[in-house]
Write a protein that binds this ligand. Structure first.
Ligand SMILES: [Zn+2]
Ligand SMILES: [Zn+2]
Length: 132
């Protein structure tokens, strides 16, 4: 009898401790509920069941994290230019028109080095870039 009357409040106290912790009670409140249950099981356990358990179990925050992925960020705006030969829309980073095979990479007339489309002058031989 003596062991049991100590064991029951202790087990109840541990259960209250874990349950209150799970429900997001402050550490002070968790310890208060647990200590109270162990000291005065008859008073604190019903009190905890009525008052303490009102608080819903706090869900881990990871649940919401996956939903916040910005869908609009995945939309990629592709920059295109018109092929001077066939007028097809070709991506700016293509060096060759995939439709007609026209080379989309401008080259310097003088030294033959590859130029960017927006360049007006050849950085290599310093001649003005002639666009055909
Ligand atoms: Zn083309
Ligand atoms: Zn050049």
């Amino acid at each position: 009898m003596g062991t049991l009357s100590l064991l029951i409040p202790l087990l109840a106290g541990i259960w209250v401790y874990n349950d209150a912790k799970k429900r997001g009670h402050t550490t002070t409140m968790v310890l208060l509920w647990a200590a109270g249950t162990i000291a005065m099981l008859i008073v604190f356990l019903p009190l905890y069941l009525i008052l303490g358990r009102r608080q819903p179990v706090v869900k881990p925050q990871r649940d919401n994290a996956e939903k916040t992925i910005d869908v609009e960020a995945t939309v990629v705006v592709e920059e295109t230019v018109c092929c001077p030969m066939c007028a097809s829309k070709v991506k700016t980073d293509y060096k060759l028109c995939p439709y007609c095979g026209h080379t989309m990479q401008p080259k310097c007339e003088f030294c033959g080095c590859e130029l960017k489309r927006e360049w007006k002058n050849c950085p290599n031989c310093q001649q003005p870039a002639v666009s055909k």
